[in-house]
Design a protein. Structure first.
Ligand SMILES: [Zn+2]
Length: 78
């Protein structure tokens, strides 16, 4: 599956790659997808299983603004 060229499923416009920012504790990190249902944790707010988080890449249509997201390891910050 190539991530180079995405076509908007709504208007067939050109989509550009980006990502959704998490602003947390003053840092900006790439949002991650996590499997399962969120469980509340007293210490961290939301309990996460570290090994099941996948960074999210989001494509945005240049014409209509539609967003399409993919959770894939290569979208992690490098
Ligand atoms: Zn579009």
């Amino acid at each position: 599956m190539t991530m180079n060229q995405q076509i908007c499923p709504k208007c067939q416009g050109e989509m550009e790659q980006g990502f959704v920012l998490d602003n947390t504790h003053g840092a900006r990190i790439v949002s991650h997808w996590s499997s399962g249902q969120p469980k509340k944790s007293f210490w961290t707010g939301t309990k996460l299983s570290e090994d099941k988080q996948i960074p999210i890449g989001t494509f945005r249509c240049k014409d209509c603004g539609y967003l399409e997201s993919f959770a894939r390891p290569e979208f992690d910050a490098s």
